[in-house]
Design a binder for this molecule. Structure first.
Ligand SMILES: [Zn+2]
Length: 80
């Protein structure tokens, strides 16, 4: 079975190992500029950059998985 790079990039859900390009936190949004060029953002940084990104690059594809933030209990979720 052959999987093209494009399919992998677009179909791959974000993994815990995917990190925000700005701060290194877990990434929840992937912005695809082209087949081999993307940016990863945490929820915080995507929210901050979204207006500029969507204005300058309205054609990009966005994989937005922010609904997964805090979906699964984590060690830090036990804080409260
Ligand atoms: Zn970030």
């Amino acid at each position: 079975m052959t999987i093209t790079a494009e399919r992998v990039l677009q179909g791959d859900p974000l993994k815990i190992a995917d990190r925000c390009d700005q701060c290194g936190a877990q990434a929840f949004v992937r912005v695809l500029f082209s087949q081999n060029r993307d940016l990863l953002f945490c929820g915080h940084h995507y929210q901050r950059h979204e207006p500029v990104l969507m204005t300058r690059y309205p054609y990009v594809s966005v994989v937005d998985e922010r609904h997964k933030i805090n979906q699964k209990p984590s060690v830090s979720a036990n804080a409260d």
